[in-house]
Design a binder for this molecule. Sequence first.
Ligand code: NDP
Length: 348
Amino acid sequence: MKAIVFEQHGGCEVLKYRDTPRPKAGPNDVVIKVKASACNFNDIWARRGLPGMKILLPHISGSDAAGTVVETGSEVRNVKVGDEVVVHCGISCRQCYYCTRGEEYFCPDFKIWGFQTGPLDGAHGEYCKVPAVNTLPKPPNLSFEEAATIPLVLVTVWRMLVSRAKIQAGDFVLIWGAAGGLGVMAIQIAKLFNARAIAVASADDKLELCKTLGAEFVLHRKKHDIFQEVRKITDGRRADIVFEHTGAETWPISMQCLKWGGTIVTCGATSGFDAHLDIRLLWNKQQNYLGSHLGNKGELIDAMRFVESGHIKPVVGQVLALKDLGKAQDLMETSTIAGKIAIVPPAA
Ligand code: NDP
């Protein structure tokens, strides 16, 4: 089958479009004919290489796929050949203390499929293999391209805002990267909870998109003083929740923009990992600084109900052919795309 493979870390030039063996299902696996995959930032981290994290080479990235089941392992009961599915990318043992408590992200064997797994088993190929337990039905109201762009960002944002930050009606939620993959979900989930999204992005067309998704306020991070604007919008009180993933460059502003007793929730650090924290703020302002990482399958199922009902919509900024995955990653790295990029293999 055709896939995008890299054998060494580096820039987009290490991505090679080439033939690789088609995966075979183990007893608990399914093989999916990929109709579409989606680009996620972890594809880029894997390609660049991350200190302290082993990426198995040769590597096929891709943590989101939508397609049709073409093979099932001997022990598989929950799906059958011909089913249209999407993938929950959190791979764990399903047997340990944490997994049986629904805390699969704490499993000692936890891995994000297509990022930490391998070699050669992510979504950016014509076929992929995952544990059958990691599949969910494709929402019937979505195309394969749309469906592929949903699970990873949706489960991450659902866990951040709903499970961790406990978003409530009326909350002011400051959303960085609001037109990005996580951001477009964050705006829609804030709206779903009758919270008041303050969307930040770096281009006027992105801010227009944020408004159409339900952001009540939009701020251009290169034109506005974000702290002063948040103060104005919230009548001096500042944001109840700050939705972080942008890291070192935005962290100090996120702290400034947070109200007394408010919550910063973060899942990433695109602009760098080292941020300064004055510990006095923690006790004096009694603020909450929460980490969050992906989410469990139950959280994804909960969130998917709102995709099926049309309350949360996919935002597909571009559809590109599999061979153009490098172009897709470049668009993400340079923040020149709004929404998600779907990737379509040949003859999908
Ligand atoms: P995208 O590239 O789709 O969107 C990120 C957005 O961040 C961009 O649109 C850009 O918007 C904004 N941005 C980039 N750099 C800066 C900066 N220096 N200051 C302010 N804004 C910036 O990525 P995703 O939304 O998919 O992912 C974002 C991050 O979250 C990544 O680091 C990713 O690895 C991480 N992540 C972590 C997960 C987890 O479970 N731990 C799961 C998913 C993602 P603009 O330029 O318009 O402001």
